[in-house]
Design a protein around this ligand. Structure first.
Ligand code: ADP
Ligand code: MG
Length: 729
C-alpha cells in the first residue's frame, strides 16, 4: 500500500557518503579567498583609498563619495577576477534569514555592447522596495521606500559568483527595518558606556568591543525521507509521529562517532566556511540522534552574526550536495532534544583586556567584578525583555520543556564567583575600605584563573551562565538571528554601565576614593540583583515557584512575552542607548505577533490536511480490513466461540473509530478557532487567540494521530516514521 514510504526508506538507507573535493592547499592558503578583506583591499585599492577606508572602518566614520567610487572600482575588479558576475546588497530583514537582490555588473556601452560597471553610489546605497518585507506598519505611516546602505565594518564576500555587500536596511525616515541597524547601535552603545567605565582602570582604553561565539545545533535528514514528510517540507518540523522505541535514552549519540555521510558533509561545509572567512572550528554529534553542532572561533559580534547568517544559508546548499536536508528548527521531533544556538558573549577592551575574566592584579580583579556585576544587574532588570528577545513560535517548543533552558531567565555563576559575590555582599564598610586599599581585592580572586580555566561545574539547565571568561546565553533558538538577543543584551548592559558610572562619579565628587566608590556601588548592585542569581536545577518545579516569589518574569504565553519590549523600562532603556525609538519598538512587536500567528496558521493548515487526507483515509481502510476479517471469522466460527475470537479486533475497530472521531471533531474545532482568530484586528490579540485556541487543538490532534500510528498496519502507514527518519547510517 504505502509504496512511497518504503521506497524512500530504502533509498535513504542505501545512500553512500559523497566524495568531497578537498583543496590541495592548506586551510591557511584558502581561508578567506572569497572575502574582500584588508589584504585584498591593499592589493586592489590605490594607497590613498585604502588608507581612507581603513581609517573609516576603525573610527566608525562614513566614506566620501570619491572614496566610495574608488573602493567600488577596486572591489569590482577583485570580484570579477574571482568569477563574480553579479553584485547584491545583502541584508537581514525581520524574517528568518537574509535577503539579496542581484544585479549584473553590466551597463550598455552606447555602442551596441556592454561594459562591466559598478559605481560607488551603488556600493554605498540602494533602494530596494521595502513594501515586501515585514515592517510592522512603518511603511504605511511613512514611506514605501527603503534604503540599504553598506556596513563598512563587515567585509564584502563572494557567494555563488555574486559579490555580496553587507548592508543595513532602513526606511526613508530612518527607522530600522532589519536586525543589523539596531545591532550596530547596541554595539556602539556598549562601546561608549563600557569604555567610560574601563577608563577607571586604564585611561588609555579607547573602545570596548563586544564578542560573540555562537554554537549552531542542527539536525540532518536524508532528502528522500524529508520529501515524503509534507510537515517537514512546509514547517521544518514533524507535526506528528510516534516516538521511536529507541531514541536518545542510551545517551550514545552525544560526542559519538560521526557517520561517514555526515562527516563528508561537515568537511565540505567547513571548507566552504573557511573560504568565506568563517572560522569554523568545532564539530560534534549532539544529544539527539541525527543532531549535530558546529561552532566557530568567536569574533566581534556584528561580524560573528553575519557569519552565522551566512552559515545557515550555505549549510542548506552544502547539505543538498550530500542528499541531506538541514533542519534548523528548534524542535523538529517530539520526545527528543531540540536545537539551540548558545551565544557565548563577552566584552573586551581595544587594549586586549578581557573584561569578564579575572586577572593577575587586584586592580584587574576589581575591573572583572565591576563588569560582571553590572551584567548581572542588567540581566536582572531586563530579564523579561531578554526572554522576549529569544522567544518565537518555534523556540517556544524548546523553552520550558525538560531539556533546554527554562522559560525563566536566571544567571548561573558557579561556585567561585558565587562565593566572591557573597563575600562582597556581606562585607561591612571597614572591610570594603580595606579591599579598596593597597592589598586590593584579596578574595582569592587572583587564584581563580587556574581553577576557572577548567570550569567543571557547568550547569546545563541555566539559560544564562558564567563560564569562566564569558557569559553563555543558552536560551537562543537554533533558527534565530543572534542579533535579537545581542541587541537586547548589549543595550541593557550599556544602560546599566552608564548608570553605574554616574553613581560612582557622584561618590568620587563627594570625596570618596575611586576603588572604594566602585566597591560600594558593586555591593549595592549585588544586593539589588540577587534574585537573578540561581545555581540550582532550572528545570525543577520548585524553581518555577521560587522564581515567581523572587519577582522574575515567569510568563509562558509567547505573544504576551513580547509585551516586555513595550514596558516603560524597556522603552526608556532602548531610547537612552539610542538603539530603538518607541515607534520602532511598536512596529517590531507588530511583526513579532504577525510572524507568530502566521507560523501557527501554516502549521495548523498542514496538520489539518495531513489528518484529513493522509491519516484518516488510511485508518478507515485498516478499519474496514478488520471489519471484513471480523465478519469472515464470525461466519467460520459461529456463536460464542466466534465472539470470543474477534473480541480484541472489535475493540480495535472501536478504538480506531473513537480516535478518528476525536481527530475529526478537533480538526473542525481548530478550523473554527482559526476563522474566529483571523477576524481579530489587533495583531497582539490575534496572536494570543492563536496561542490559546489553535495550539491546544493541534496538540490534541497530534496525540490521537500518534496513537493511530501504533495501531494501523505498518504497511499502510503513509509517512516515514521517527525510527526511519532519525538514524543516519
Ligand atoms: P561548549 O563546551 O560550551 O560547547 P564550545 O567550545 O563548543 O564550548 O564553544 C564555545 C564557544 O565560545 C566558541 O565559539 C568559542 O569561540 C566561544 N568563546 C570562547 N571564549 C569566548 C569569549 N571570551 N567571548 C566570546 N566567545 C567565546
Ligand atoms: Mg557552550
Amino acid at each position: 500500500m504505502s509504496q512511497l514510504r518504503f521506497k524512500v526508506v530504502e533509498e535513504a538507507s542505501n545512500r553512500k557518503a559523497v566524495t568531497v573535493e578537498i583543496p590541495s592547499q592548506r586551510p591557511g592558503d584558502y581561508y578567506g579567498i572569497y572575502v574582500f578583506n584588508r589584504k585584498k583591499m591593499k592589493e586592489y585599492l590605490p594607497p590613498e583609498t585604502y588608507e581612507a577606508l581603513v581609517y573609516a572602518i576603525d573610527n566608525k566614520e562614513s566614506l566620501s563619495r570619491e572614496i566610495a567610487d574608488s573602493v567600488a572600482d577596486g572591489m569590482k575588479r577583485w570580484a570579477i577576477d574571482n568569477g563574480a558576475r553579479h553584485y547584491s546588497h545583502w541584508f537581514h530583514p525581520l524574517t528568518d534569514g537574509t535577503a539579496e537582490k542581484h544585479d549584473a555588473f553590466i551597463d550598455l556601452d552606447g555602442n551596441e555592447g556592454v561594459v562591466e560597471n559598478f559605481a560607488g553610489k551603488l556600493l554605498v546605497q540602494q533602494e530596494p522596495d521595502a513594501s515586501s518585507f515585514p515592517n510592522g506598519g512603518i511603511r504605511n505611516t511613512f514611506e514605501a521606500r527603503g534604503y540599504s546602505a553598506w556596513d563598512i565594518s563587515s567585509p564584502a564576500f563572494i557567494l555563488d559568483k555574486t559579490l555580496c555587500i553587507p548592508t543595513i536596511f532602513i526606511s526613508y525616515t530612518g527607522e530600522s527595518l532589519d536586525y543589523k541597524t539596531p545591532l550596530l547601535r547596541a554595539i556602539n552603545s556598549v562601546d561608549r558606556a563600557g569604555t567610560a567605565v574601563a577608563q577607571y582602570f586604564d585611561p588609555s582604553v579607547k573602545h570596548v568591543v563586544s564578542y560573540l561565539g555562537w554554537e549552531q545545533e542542527y539536525f540532518l535528514i536524508d532528502e528522500a525521507l524529508y520529501s515524503a514528510r509534507p510537515d517537514l517540507v512546509m514547517t521544518g518540523r514533524t507535526l506528528m509521529g510516534h516516538e521511536s522505541a529507541k531514541n536518545q535514552q542510551l545517551e550514545d549519540h552525544y560526542f559519538g562517532a560521526i557517520p561517514s555521510r555526515v562527516e563528508a558533509f561537515m568537511l565540505d561545509l567547513e571548507i566552504e566556511c573557511h573560504k568565506l572567512g568563517i572560522p569554523a572550528k568545532t564539530r560534534h554529534n549532539e544529544v539527539a540522534p541525527n543532531q549535530f553542532e558546529l561552532a566557530p572561533i568567536y569574533e566581534e559580534t556584528n561580524l560573528a552574526n553575519d557569519h552565522n547568517l551566512l552559515l545557515m544559508s550555505i549549510m542548506a546548499e552544502v547539505a543538498r550536495r550530500h542528499n541531506f536536508r538541514v533542519l534548523l528548527h528548534e524542535k523538529p521531533f517530539a520526545g527528543i532534544n531540540g536545537s539551540g544556538k548558545h551565544n557565548n558573549w563577552s566584552l573586551g577592551t581595544d587594549t586586549g583586556v578581557p573584561l569578564f575574566a579575572p586577572g593577575k592584579t587586584p586592580k584587574d580583579n576589581l575591573q572583572f567584578i565591576t563588569f560582571v556585576v553590572n551584567v548581572m544587574a542588567a540581566v536582572h532588570r531586563h530579564n523579561g525583555l531578554l526572554k522576549a528577545s529569544i522567544m518565537s513560535a518555534t523556540n517556544a517548543h524548546r523553552l520550558g520543556a525538560n531539556e533546554a533552558p527554562p522559560a525563566i531567565i536566571s544567571i548561573f555563576t558557579g561556585k567561585q564567583l558565587g562565593e566572591i559575590l557573597e563575600r562582597l555582599e556581606n562585607s561591612n564598610k571597614d572591610e570594603l575600605i580595606s579591599f579598596a586599599g593597597k592589598e586590593g581585592l584579596k578574595l582569592g580572586v587572583s587564584q581563580i584563573p587556574e581553577i576557572m580555566v577548567d570550569n567543571t561545574d557547568r550547569n546545563r539547565t541555566s539559560p544564562f551562565a558564567f563560564t569562566g571568561n564569558r557569559f553563555e546565553f543558552r536560551a537562543v533558538g537554533s533558527t534565530a538571528n543572534c542579533a535579537s538577543a545581542m541587541i537586547a543584551l548589549n543595550a541593557a548592559v550599556a544602560e546599566q554601565l552608564t548608570e553605574f558610572k554616574a553613581k560612582v562619579d557622584a561618590r568620587i565628587a563627594d570625596g570618596e576614593a575611586l576603588e572604594h566608590a566602585l566597591l560600594e556601588e558593586i555591593k549595592v548592585l549585588i544586593v539589588q540583583s540577587k534574585a537573578i542569581h540561581f545555581d540550582g536545577n532550572g528545570y525543577s518545579e520548585e524553581w518555577k515557584a521560587e522564581a515567581a516569589l523572587r519577582g522574575l518574569d515567569c510568563e509562558t504565553n509567547v505573544p504576551k512575552i513580547f509585551d516586555a519590549y513595550l514596558r516603560k523600562s524597556s522603552i526608556e532603556m532602548f531610547k537612552s542607548t539610542g538603539v530603538f525609538s518607541e515607534i520602532e519598538l511598536q512596529a517590531r512587536n507588530e511583526v513579532k505577533w504577525e510572524m507568530y500567528t502566521k507560523k501557527i496558521q501554516i502549521e495548523a493548515r498542514v496538520l489539518g490536511d495531513l489528518a484529513l487526507n493522509h491519516v484518516l483515509p488510511v485508518a478507515t481502510r485498516y478499519q474496514s480490513h478488520l471489519v471484513d476479517h471480523i465478519l469472515k471469522m464470525k461466519t467460520l466460527f459461529a456463536g460464542e466461540r466466534g465472539e470470543e475470537l474477534v473480541s480484541q479486533d472489535l475493540a480495535t475497530v472501536e478504538k480506531i473509530a473513537e480516535y478518528m472521531s476525536i481527530i475529526k471533531n478537533e480538526t473542525a474545532l481548530m478550523v473554527e478557532a482559526r476563522k474566529k482568530a483571523n477576524r481579530i484586528e489587533s495583531e497582539r490579540e490575534k496572536a494570543i487567540a492563536y496561542h490559546d485556541t489553535v495550539v491546544p487543538s493541534m496538540d490534541t490532534i497530534r496525540v490521537y494521530i500518534d496513537k493511530l500510528e501504533l495501531m494501523v498496519d505498518n504497511e499502510m502507514w503513509p509517512l516515514p516514521k521517527y525510527r526511519e527518519l532519525l538514524f543516519i547510517r
